[in-house]
Ligand binder design. Structure first.
Ligand code: 2AM
Length: 485
């Protein structure tokens, strides 16, 4: 039998993402075998969306594997968690050395790291690929963030780069991320940044609605205009569309309950930041903002206790709208700065050698955070691959300097008028901390040394020398010593 009759890749899991990826692969000339736990979905797929294509179905794992070229490539598009382990276990007895399992689900990078290590010992190649872009992306060009066993990348690269989104220059938004769980890690950070971008837009909206008294039409126009600036991005674009969207009952956005859901990847980013000791405050605040939004009944009760805020309306002048636009830009720079700090630290800890310019390139198109802004991040890391911090890049320095007074104005007004702006204020606080040589942590260290003898270093002594003061010696009248932390 000729090899050409065998399929290039199998995809397990025919939910929306799986189906769309298969159709995308088929469009690019790859022969795909489709399989699903509930096999009736395979037939349904072949008779409907996949009708008239080159896609073939399988009714069992054995059947699926028998239809594949070697090395076999099996991509899992199933529910993250145990289901992935179950499928790996079911596949293993039928695989040969060098075959490749690819997990394209929303897996936690720690799970991917574990699976890579386990399968490496068994001679099976494993890749964890972050897939972003929703249904539309999966169908016509997602952002793909592949990581795992480096040896396996060459065997799948042509497929993934063909189906991925492309930049205007034709670069694929799919580059090798790194070993182990690096692909899913970068996808996780992508989602965290997505939380931040969305929260920032919501805070601007809250300000514009409550303080500036803008109508949906004006909001739509303003976001539409901002989309023509360096804020140009998918999220700003859909925001403009949302404020313009009506049905027979009026504006849909106005009748949507203000309680946000989540699937957990923003939370993972914040947890990881805490674990790695990186100050990713803007994403963390964005996760908390969703949590507080979910506490609708407590908030409703609290408002009855403390009273509805009286929002002073100030004119939606071009100056204040300019300040808001600059605030979004500033906070976005801070959010990405923090996200990159997290990736840089994770790369060190896990030995991933992440390529930061390529990461910006992967996010440039296809995914939810796609924006022109990412081109500038790519340029910054292309210019200096060793760039220690995005804020040290000249281009971003210029933008920060140009927007700083606007942010201070908006943050101050937001606080004065009672508009919650957890992400915007986190951004300016981070900036002010990060750009301050001497913080008040000397007092903090004194307190720690006072109650717990935790010691401190001194300003004019070499780092690494630790001192202790007997704060509660004979001259002190403080006697509480029962608490140490
Ligand atoms: P199903 O169609 O048989 O439910 C997204 O939910 C994908 O994950 C679907 O293809 C779904 O298969 C699969 N999936 C979810 N839970 C599963 C499980 N416990 N075992 C196998 N596949 C599962």
């Amino acid at each position: 039998m000729h090899n050409v009759e065998f399929a290039d890749i199998a995809v397990v899991g025919l939910a929306v993402m799986g189906q769309n990826l298969i159709l995308n692969m088929n469009d690019h000339g790859f022969k795909v075998v489709a399989f699903n736990r509930t096999t009736s979905k395979v037939d349904e797929f072949l008779q409907n969306n996949a009708k008239g294509t080159n896609i073939v179905g399988a009714n069992s794992i054995e059947d699926m594997l028998s239809k594949l070229k070697k090395p076999r490539r099996v991509m899992l598009m199933v529910k993250a968690g145990e289901v992935v382990d179950q499928f790996i276990d079911a596949l293993l007895p039928h695989l040969d050395q060098g075959d490749i399992i690819i997990d394209g689900g929303n897996s936690n990078f720690n799970d991917t790291e574990r699976r890579v290590n386990n399968l490496q010992q068994k001679g099976i190649n494993y890749l964890g690929v972050g897939v972003s872009g929703g249904e539309e992306g999966a169908r016509f060009g997602p952002s793909l963030m592949p990581g795992g066993m480096t040896e396996a990348w060459d065997s799948v690269k042509h497929i993934f780069q063909a189906i991925a989104a492309k930049t205007l220059k034709g670069e694929a938004c799919c580059q090798w991320v790194g070993s182990g769980g690096a692909g899913h890690f970068v996808k996780m950070v992508h989602n965290g940044i997505e939380y931040g971008d969305m929260q920032l837009i919501c805070e601007a909206y809250h300000f514009m609605r409550q303080v500036l008294g803008m109508s949906n039409r004006e909001l739509s126009d303003t976001f539409g205009r901002w989309n023509q600036t360096n804020l140009n991005s998918y999220l700003i674009e859909i925001t403009a569309n949302i404020f313009n969207f009506t049905d027979e009952h009026g504006y849909v956005v106005d009748r949507i309950l203000d309680t946000a859901g989540q699937k957990g990847t923003g939370k993972w980013t914040a947890i990881n930041a805490l674990e790695l000791g990186e100050p990713v405050s803007l994403i963390a605040e964005s996760v908390f903002a969703r949590y507080i939004s979910a506490q609708k009944s407590a908030r409703t009760h609290a408002e009855t206790i403390y009273g509805e805020k009286e929002h002073k309306t100030i004119e939606a002048s071009s100056e204040i709208l300019h300040d808001l636009q600059q605030t979004l830009l500033f906070a976005k720079i801070i959010s990405y700065t923090q996200g990159y700090m997290l990736m840089q630290q994770a790369s060190k800890v896990h030995n991933w050698s992440l390529n930061y310019g390529d990461i910006a390139l992967m996010w440039r198109e296809g995914c939810i955070i796609r924006s022109v802004f990412l081109e500038k991040i790519k340029a910054a890391f292309d210019h200096n691959p060793q760039l220690e911090n995005l804020l040290f890049d000249d281009y971003f320095k210029g933008l920060i300097q140009q927007s700083l007074s606007s942010v201070r104005n908006i943050a101050a007004k937001g606080i004065t008028f009672g508009i919650p702006m957890p992400a915007i204020t986190a951004a300016i606080s981070f900036f002010d901390s990060f750009t301050t040589k001497r913080l008040p942590a000397n007092l903090l260290q004194a307190q720690r040394d006072y109650f717990g003898a935790h010691t401190y270093e001194e300003v004019n002594k070499p780092r690494g020398e630790f001192y202790h003061t007997d704060w509660i010696g004979s001259n002190s009248n403080v006697s509480s010593t029962s608490y140490t932390d």
